[in-house]
Design a protein around this ligand. Structure first.
Ligand code: HEM
Length: 455
């Protein structure tokens, strides 16, 4: 009978002729901030599987995702995300240990927990009017919104981790020093993650100091909540780790990771939703009018009725968020896993130990799935055409057991913030909307200028 010839690893198309022998052709663009676009070009040229180095392949095919992202362990590349020397869930490599940690937190981040959370509701009630006032105070002048949203999302995530009383007050004008420290380290991320041994010599001491100060800040938040905590309390994520008896250092590492994962991504998403919507004034109007029944006036602003249902069912609002996360994905870069044994991927034999990754940047730009993929077009999500295919290729939160645990929290937050902004303002944006080519992205030049006009 006919047997299909299984292709050997050496048949996988190469990123560069030298990629069969050395990692340099991918290492150099990674260090120069061109990794995502370099990998993407290789997929456009060679198809859904490309060899990046002798030990690393990239795939870009929705059909191949589940094989890799259901069961492969994470790659040691994630060690960079350890805090206090301890791995948070995000950086626990083997599946079984990871599952044990995830069990402690899954309930806190479920959709129903997010929708019911009194901490989140209180935080929204207290922060949204402050946010809208700050936008109004810009008085038609261009306002840099990325940092505004960093302050807001920090207040949300720290409330959800430590309760609102212990959480940060960055939006209200609290000391911004911690935020500066947090974001000052970005320039050294690629070097530290790719060449940790070299980074030890090159990365300036102030980056280590910044890390130490962030760890001390998070430790302090943990201690403050621990002092208030009483047996049975389940108000915030940390409470669940305390109840489970997780060692303090592991709990603190987990919290610091969620602070980062929870604010940076969401802030970027919010800033770019505004950029994208600014191109579409008539869509802003449509969104505003369709939101009307779901809003009420509080503190002089139209704000979402947080007790009522409705925002999570709002087709256009969800489509706007989803489409913006497609085009301006906060984590566009490779999510590396390790092949646990020799196996076949997309018709090629991949040896055990090979690093295998996919990147949202490419999945979100596949012309076979996305019509006019560089265009922000939320309407694509409102029809039935290609719906299943788009859902399968949409990878903003990753997928499988290691996909984003915070997706419901992030989505809830984006819904209430975007609804509040467009119920009260029109936005306009003149600058180009470029993002950094990195694992977690940021606005190029760290600025996103938006003009707000009260409606
Ligand atoms: C728009 C906002 C967000 C986006 C786009 C996003 C995206 C992602 C992606 C792509 C992953 C998988 C990364 C990888 O495997 O390399 C991930 C994992 C994760 N995210 Fe999010 N995220 C967002 C918000 C949040 C929030 C609010 C939290 C709150 C704590 C959070 C916590 C986590 C954690 C803990 C993981 C690791 C999960 C695990 O290993 O099981 N994220 N996220």
């Amino acid at each position: 009978s006919h047997r299909r010839r299984r292709k050997s690893p050496s048949d996988i198309p190469l990123l560069h002729p030298l990629s069969a022998f050395t990692a340099l052709p991918i290492l150099i663009p990674t260090l120069l901030g061109r990794r995502n676009t370099t990998i993407h070009r290789a997929h456009v040229r060679h198809g859904p599987i490309v060899r990046l180095s002798p030990t690393e392949i990239s795939i870009s095919s929705p059909a191949a995702l589940s094989a890799v992202y259901t069961s492969f362990p994470k790659h040691p590349w994630y060690n960079i995300f350890r805090n206090y020397g301890a791995a948070p869930m995000f950086a626990i490599l083997p599946g079984r240990e990871h599952a044990a940690r995830k069990k402690l937190l899954a309930a806190a981040y479920s959709n129903s927990a997010v929708l019911k959370s009194s901490v989140l509701r209180r935080t929204a009630n207290e922060t949204l009017p402050v946010l809208l006032k700050e936008l109004a105070n810009s008085q038609g002048r261009e306002l840099e919104v990325w940092m505004v949203f960093v302050r807001l999302t920090m207040d949300f995530i720290t409330a959800s981790l430590f309760t609102r009383d212990v959480g940060s007050r960055f939006l209200d004008g609290g000391d911004q020093h911690i935020l500066e420290l947090y974001h000052s380290r970005r320039a050294f991320f690629a070097l530290s993650s790719e060449l940790p041994w070299l980074a030890r010599w090159i990365v300036p001491k102030w980056v280590d100091d910044a890390n130490d100060k962030l760890e001390a800040w998070c430790r302090d938040l943990c201690d403050r909540r621990r002092r208030q905590w009483r047996q049975g309390d389940e108000e915030c994520s940390l409470d669940r780790l305390i109840s489970a008896g997780l060692p303090e250092v592991d709990a603190a590492s987990e919290m610091l990771d969620h602070i980062g994962a929870g604010h940076e991504t969401t802030a970027l998403a919010l800033a770019f939703i505004l950029v994208a919507m600014s191109e579409r004034p008539e869509l802003q109007r449509e969104l505003r009018e369709s939101l009307e029944p779901l809003m009420e006036v509080r503190d002089g602003w139209k704000l979402p009725k947080l007790d009522g249902e409705g925002l999570e069912e709002h087709g256009l609002l969800n489509a706007v968020i989803k489409e913006s996360l497609r085009l301006y994905t906060p984590i566009p870069g490779s999510q590396p896993r390790v092949a646990p044994k020799d196996l076949e991927i997309l018709g090629h034999i991949v040896p055990a130990g090979t690093a295998v990754s996919a990147q949202a940047w490419s999945l979100h730009r596949d012309p076979a799935v996305w019509k006019d993929h560089e265009t922000f077009f939320p309407e694509r999500w409102l029809g039935e055409e290609k719906k299943a295919e788009m859902e399968r290729a949409w990878w903003a939160f990753g997928s499988g057991g290691r996909g984003c645990i915070g997706r419901y929290l992030a989505t809830w937050e984006m819904r209430v913030v975007v609804a509040s902004v467009y119920a009260n303002f029109e936005t306009e944006c003149n600058g180009a909307a470029a993002v950094l080519d990195a694992y977690t992205t940021a606005p190029l030049g760290e600025k996103v200028g938006v003009v707000f006009r009260k409606v």
